[in-house]
Structures are given as C-alpha cells and as structure tokens.
Design a protein around this ligand. Structure first.
Ligand code: HEC
Length: 188
C-alpha cells in the first residue's frame, strides 16, 4: 500500500517537473517559428523595395532610399509583430546597426559555426524579461554591387556611397559571407 502511494507520488512529482519543462520547450520553438517568419517578411519586403528603387533609378536612387527607409521600416515591422526587430552587423554602413559587445560575441560565434554546406546557424539568448533570436543574413550575388569589392561596385555607386555614408564599413564582402544578423527580441 505504502509502495503504491510512493509510486503515485513519484508520478505526480514527475509530471509537476516535466509539464513546465515541456511548456517551456514548446514556447521556445513557437518563438523561433515566429522570429523566422518575421525575418522572412523583412527580407522579402526589403529586397522588393530595393529592387523597385533600383529598377526606377539604379543605385543612385536605391541608396538614398535605403538611407531614408531601411531602419524605420525594420522598426515598424517589429512594432507590428510586438517585438524589437533590428539589423545588426560587424561592418556597419549605418552606424545605428552596430553591434553591442554582447552581440559581437554572438556574431563571431555564428560566423565560426558555419557548416560545410555554407549554412550559418541561429542563436538564442534568454534573459529574465526577454528571449532574443539571432538570424543570419548571408551575402548573395545581388548584394555585391553595393557591398562587394571595389572592382565590383560601379563608379557612380561608389560616389553616392561616399557622399551618403562617409564612414561606410560595409564593403569588401564575398558571396556566402555573413553580412549581418536580424535580432528579434520578444518581451516575456
Ligand atoms: C542599392 C545598393 C544596395 C544593395 C544592392 C544592397 N544593399 Fe545592403 N545596404 C545598402 C545601404 C544604403 C544600407 C544602409 C541603410 C541604412 O542607412 O539604414 C545597407 C544596409 C544593409 C544592412 C544593415 C547593416 C548596415 O551595414 O548598416 C544589411 C544587413 C544589408 N545592407 C544587407 C544586404 C544584403 C544581404 C544585400 C543583398 C541581398 C544587400 N544589402 C544589398 C545598400 C544596398
């Protein structure tokens, strides 16, 4: 009888420990799914807007357009989804996209963990009041005309970049390198 009671107690105790753990795990994967869908929306919208501006007036129009809209657009998309959304990088064009010391460690870690297939992993950080996902932004061929080596950037583009961003660090990239991260911060 006592043994039965013990078994029941063990079961109840086990469930009490496991249920919150399971719940926690489930919440994390939900957050991650939402973070990925927000960053996919941000990426496709940014590329769409950039391509439209390029089609209309080349890099001459697209660069001032990005300067005026990219950060605001990213912030607004975050607000719409009730998260803090940022695009951050080790070599910023716009200084407001710089890394904090903590983010610098995360950036280097993600860069180091690139797989043989060339895929950068995601990273998560949890604090008492938030969960933050870091989602990589790799360089593609299309990006090189504004972020590539000097010989890949047209003269006119260089002039506009110099004019709009005299302290530009965001050049010299190759396809497949880590250009930046989306940081998606959920309040708990
Ligand atoms: C027409 C030129 C142009 C093209 C093409 C372009 N970018 Fe940019 N990119 C910019 C400009 C201008 C900024 C700065 C925007 C700002 O002031 O917020 C920028 C900023 C960024 C940032 C934010 C970090 C920073 O340095 O301020 C990331 C990340 C980024 N670009 C990634 C990419 C990727 C990935 C591609 C290719 C898919 C790409 N860009 C294509 C012009 C371009």
């Amino acid at each position: 009888m006592i043994r039965l009671l013990f078994s029941v107690l063990k079961l109840v105790f086990g469930l009490l420990v496991l249920i919150p753990l399971w719940h926690c795990q489930k919440e994390k994967s939900n957050y991650e799914e939402i973070a990925i869908s927000i960053t996919n929306e941000a990426k496709s919208n940014l590329v769409k807007k950039l391509t439209a501006a390029m089609a209309e007036g080349g890099t001459k129009q697209a660069i001032p357009f990005c300067k005026l809209n990219a950060v605001g657009f990213t912030n607004q998309l975050g607000q719409k989804h009730k998260v803090e959304l940022r695009r951050i990088t080790s070599k910023p064009r716009n200084i407001s996209n710089s890394l904090s010391p903590e983010e610098e460690k995360i950036f280097l870690e993600i860069e180091k963990l690139k797989t043989n297939e060339g895929v950068f992993p995601h990273q998560t950080r949890t604090s008492d009041d938030s969960v933050t996902f870091y989602i990589p932004i790799p360089v593609m061929g299309f990006c090189l005309q504004c972020h590539g080596n000097s010989n890949e950037i047209q003269k006119e583009t260089k002039q506009i970049l110099n004019q709009e961003y005299p302290n530009d660090k965001a050049i010299g990239y190759k396809v497949g390198e880590l250009r930046g991260l989306f940081s998606v911060k959920f309040p708990k």
